[in-house]
Design a protein around this ligand. Structure first.
Ligand SMILES: [Zn+2]
Length: 76
C-alpha cells in the first residue's frame, strides 16, 4: 500500500487580526495563517455596520455622494 498519502492534520489556534478573538481549528496548512475577519466581528454576524476602510475609499465615496446631493438640491 502507498505510504504517506495524507497530509499532516493539526489542531491550531487562530487569532482574528481584527478583533483578536481566538479559535481552535483543524488544518493541514504547514505555514501559519491568520484571518482578517471572523464570526465574532464580521458584520454579517454582528448586524452592525463596520467598514474596514482600506486606502480611504469609503470616505472618498461618501464625499462624492455629499457633493452630488448638494448639486441636486442646488439646482432645484
Ligand atoms: Zn474577529
Amino acid at each position: 500500500m502507498k505510504q504517506n498519502t495524507h497530509p499532516q492534520y493539526d489542531v491550531v489556534t487562530l487569532t482574528c487580526s481584527n478583533c483578536s478573538a481566538t479559535f481552535t481549528v483543524g488544518t493541514t496548512a504547514t505555514k501559519g495563517f491568520s484571518v482578517a475577519l471572523c464570526s465574532q466581528c464580521h458584520p454579517a454576524y454582528t448586524g452592525a455596520q463596520s467598514i474596514i476602510d482600506t486606502a480611504n475609499r469609503v470616505s472618498k465615496f461618501m464625499e462624492r455622494q455629499k457633493k452630488a446631493e448638494q448639486m441636486r438640491t442646488g439646482k432645484k
